[in-house]
Design a protein around this ligand. Structure first.
Ligand code: HEC
Length: 186
């Protein structure tokens, strides 16, 4: 095999013009990053955009993604327990992620968007204090499960999973349309 240095090393020996080229690439790269940030900044919704149908749909999609992550974690925990999967520590991590999700829920639902492809009931905004209480109950239950799962008592973990499930039901009962009325069936 010919003993040739890789091209990126050889180009170094080409003197100032290569260095200038490299400098140009750096500057062009920085300019691209700045342009990228500017275009992202222009995507941050202003009040007018947020009122638009597209903006409202984005609000709905975001909060459904937050809830979907909660549902995925709950499903993962259920699968671990039901199938006795050997995943030490996993339940506590899923539960901790769910407790963290509680901090996303208030901001995700803060803006009133009750029409469109959503199962959120208008009661969320007419009884915001009760909705916040439901978030707090859920957060407590999720933290409780994280603590129980870090311990060594499977019965305590089972009871905490049940309590967490009840906290979902407690909120859905008051604030989420029943399955038969879900946007998914429309
Ligand atoms: C504080 C209230 C509240 C709590 C607590 C809560 N949810 Fe929800 N959840 C909602 C609301 C409201 C919706 C409907 C959102 C929409 O369609 O805009 C929803 C929707 C969902 C969805 C459907 C998301 C989609 O893609 O349409 C899933 C899955 C879900 N929740 C799972 C759970 C699970 C599992 C728990 C408990 C571990 C839980 N939720 C706890 C209020 C709550």
């Amino acid at each position: 095999m010919p003993n040739r240095a890789p091209s990126f090393i050889r180009s170094r020996s080409h003197g100032p013009s290569a260095a200038r080229r490299a400098g140009f690439v750096r500057i062009a790269g920085a300019a691209l990053v700045v342009a990228g940030l500017a275009s992202i900044a222009s995507l941050v919704p202003n009040a007018a955009q947020a009122q638009s149908a597209a903006g409202e749909q984005a609000v709905i999609e975001y909060r459904q993604l937050v809830m979907g992550a909660v549902g995925s974690n709950m499903g993962a925990i259920g699968g671990i327990l039901k199938n006795q999967l050997a995943l030490p520590g996993a339940i506590a991590i899923h539960a901790q992620q769910m407790a963290d999700s509680a901090k996303l829920m208030g901001p995700a639902f803060k803006q009133k968007v009750s029409a469109g492809k959503t199962d959120a009931k208008p009661e969320i905004w007419s009884d915001w204090a009760k909705f916040e209480k439901a978030i707090a109950d859920y957060e407590k239950a999720a933290s409780g499960l994280a603590a129980a799962a870090r311990g060594s008592d499977p019965a305590a973990t089972g009871a905490a999973v049940k309590a967490l499930g009840e906290s979902c039901g407690g909120c859905h009962e008051s604030f989420r349309k029943p399955k038969e009325q879900s946007y998914k069936n429309r």
